[in-house]
Design a protein around this ligand. Sequence first.
Ligand code: PLP
Ligand code: ZN
Length: 568
Amino acid sequence: MKSSNSGYTMSCIMCGRENDERETSTYCTYCGGVLDIEYNKSEKHIQYPLKEILPDPLKNHYSSLKKLDRLSEKYDAELYAKLEFEHPTGCFKDRGSYIEVQKALELGADAICLASTGNMAASVAAYACYFKIPCFVFVPEKTPEVKLAQATIYDATIIKIKGDFMACEKLCREFAKSGNYYLAGDYVFRQEGQKSFSYELYEQGDTEFDYIFVPIGAGTNFAAIYKGYKEMKAAGMIDKIPSFVAVQPEQSSPVVEGIFKKDKIVKEQVNTMADAVAVADPLDFYKVFRGIEETDGLAFTATENELLESMQEMTVEEGYFTEPACAIPLATFKNNLDQFKGKKCLFVLTGTGLKSSHIVAKYSLSSPVLPPNLERIQQYIESGFIDMQKNSWGQSRNTGFENVNMDEGHTKLYDEYVNNINRKGKTLKEEEIKVLRSLVYNEDADLEYPVEVVDYKLTMRKHGLVSAAVKLKIEDKDEIISLDQGVGPIDAILTAIKSETDGFLPLEVINHEVEILSPDTDSLVIVTLTLEKEGHRFTSKGASPDTLEAVIQAFVKGLAIANKALAV
Ligand SMILES: *Cc1c(COP(=O)(O)O)cnc(C)c1O
Ligand SMILES: [Zn+2]
């Protein structure tokens, strides 16, 4: 794509005053407002605020513009998607990083820094790495390593901070000022890079949409796409600007709420599975707000369940597995079908689903382990489990289990649980039956139990200390009694069991979770243990009206699972 510039000024959108890019590339030095770049002349091609523009080193093609044929037919509208997940790091942010990093070099920065745990960090790191400028990424201490994998492999320096994301951002800003460092993020030069989205549509021969749906976090991408359109109209390249549709998850919607209130809203906290748009303080709110007002635009939210549903629908119908954030356009479109019937709509599919495999794992039922036996596999296929598994997406994890036919082994296992629960004078409620069936179905029905807990007794001591006596049978040896102490009953019983079983198979208890199904006195309790031996992790579950018994079941089962897994 041809690019140049006719000279430009950088001004604050709030106070209107001109700012000097050698002093700031983030906020207005007078009022703290956000900045905007205006070129001296309109040109019939994209202009970048750079003296010299190198071709994008990481790609040499446009992101695809694709008609969504099946969804268009299904919903009686003309639906298109721009596949922004095709960028090198799997996200549109590369458009902005490409320009931001070059700007940092032009300004003579010694390094780039930013606070981010996600796509922004990966993208800036990728371009910084290519252009050989050091990159510092500030992240909260609790950030999972997998989320930092991309930035790490692109050679960024990861700075982990005690505290939350706000603390990281603040510190990173101070860090930037402490040296000759360029602060990257949702600022003015990023917008200039990301507006290439719109110029690309022009080159691809299709800019005329009735609506463009943009998933919004900070609002920078929306602002960039809209700016691209405005520039092209001013240059006479196009006649018409589409109506923009700002979409967010219901659980993280400061921009959509702000549009209705006509004022910026900052949330205390936001929480959505669409973490790419989980932004509590939307930096570019006012640019989005103006875009909506000036294009007669719209703003909608969608629930978490609607995101799951649309995410799957886009994958199954059209073949595009995207991040949950990219499901918001389809979800909000479907919620407002009357409005969009027959209209030509463009969905911006901002990022790849490959970074969201944990979401799929979390919301889908896993498959049970089957013996290597064709007959049992046939039984499984006919059991009804598979339909139930497919239908469970986006709903409760436990839906539908009542209709599944269990094989012999699982039926026996289930009956054992139920008998044991009945012996305790408890009958299961409908919801508990579903959960128990789901638990049993995911268990290995052919497990052999090397350790049996025959009996146990607890005695409370002072200061929360508890003594446990446990009668155990390990393999075919004689029964033994193990005595030990712990902080609280669960710790005491596990310590006592482990002090004997560690000689047989040492398992470290990494985590235990206790789930009480309904908060009455004789409710079923599900205990999930995470166990580890030399880097191998195992999870095991127990179910009983008695918490301790569920703990014992889970641990004994964990021993059996680990014993089997490690034996192979
Ligand atoms: C960053 C991001 C967004 C939101 O863009 P903003 O410019 O923050 O509004 C949407 N989707 C994905 C995948 C992103 O990475
Ligand atoms: Zn200002």
